[in-house]
Design a protein around this ligand. Sequence first.
Ligand code: SAJ
Length: 475
Amino acid sequence: MGRFAGAWLQICASEPGLNEPTTKMTNISTQTELESRIAQREAVVAVVGLGYVGLPLATVFASGGFDVIGIDTDPGRVAAINSGVSYIQDVPSALLTDLTDGDKNAESASGNLSATTDYAAIADTDVVLICVPTPLGKTRDPDVSYIVSAANSISHHLHKSMLVVLESTTYPGSTEELVLPHLLKHAPENFSVGAEFHLAFSPERVDPGQGKWTIVNTPKVIGGVTQACTNVALALYSSVVDKVIPASSPKTAEMVKLLENTFRAANIALVNEMAIICDRLGVDVWEVIDVASTKPFGFMPFYPGPGLGGHCIPVDPQYLAWKMRTMDYTARFIQLAEEINFGMPKFVVDKVSDALNGHAKPLKGSKVLVLGVSYKSDVADLRESPALDVIHVLTSKGADVAFHDPYFDHVDAEEVSLDRTELTAEVLNHADCVVVTAGHSVYDWQWIVDNTRLLVDTRNATSGIGPTDCEIHRL
Ligand code: SAJ
């Protein structure tokens, strides 16, 4: 249905004498108009923020038949997308090339994807999905400046029958207390949410680096400010994802996401503490977890590691903790989990120091090779990586540190700046100790241990190797 037909519905709806109050009919016509444009794939979708959430999401909507306009403040990202070059591990360049190829034939099932730095493009769209970063500031309080900036920019171009969805993980209440007022700041007169435009929260659920769960097959939670908002957002997402899950409000949907990620942070902290306890008991924590995992109900394995990385799990629970502090409540589980998880890099360095000590070698002056600096195995992402903390602490204690990671040729770990070393048998042999902080599957672990004298494995990456002379210490 074209925009004119929708407008006709609106004129009828406001016709005096109808037995429905005009406002209600306007809501319905606005909702109906947008839903029909979605159904016809005539709705144009804008995605603001083209990072590890926004770019995959943009490709899903374009592949689903929508014309998509990606908006990002980084001209490099915009140029890369428009020239079909992907910078996100889970988005193939071939897909971008196909979606950004302007002259698709009429039968093409996909829509066209293009990118721009100009928010004015929003004026020609029907849906805006906000996927901007929500980091922590220097004091580890929420930094919502990206959300506020996006909402302000969008508000200049907000028009009738639009749907705005916040996908960025944030504290409960953000959509209604933060996004809504900024959207209305420059909106036309008499613009109300649920009537002239719609607003919802729908958390991203992306697990970088694994292929099984995608945007399409992962259930999508949606909480609208009004029922009409929820309905429109359900109509939008159900056109591209297999399952949509309505929540009763944006705040509920915001809290769902924070429970999901706090659940992970707390359970990772629990198992990290179990690693510390098993270390003192002289018990293999990896065997304990594997054997406990035979329990067919009421148990879910998590695994110890060098700390908590990525830009979600270490960060999102702090948004909830901050919100609770403003309500005079201390979220103790979140606090304790942060304390344990952030203490792991030092625990790892203590293990390295003890291992060297067993060979009468002080940590100071010892050659330590760190293998795998990504925040987790098989991803190319350094954000909040605990490996950088391990490198920083090792260096601060006088160790002579080198690193290798197939995904990075350089790292900056606070004051430490390192170029990648080549990974050769000689380099391994030359190291007084090798520390595994990301268990990338591309590594030949048998070859590594066969050429290493002393190794500290924080990821159980060497669990599958055969007999070796290498002395291996695991968390
Ligand atoms: N980690 C452990 N032990 C574990 C699991 C993870 O030490 O048993 C560490 C990882 O090495 C990593 C950190 O925790 O440093 C976070 O890993 P993660 O896989 O929990 O988190 P992300 O950021 O890679 O992806 C997560 C999603 N992952 C999973 O659900 C498995 C999910 O938590 C969120 O949907 C997503 O971030 C997000 O964007 O919020």
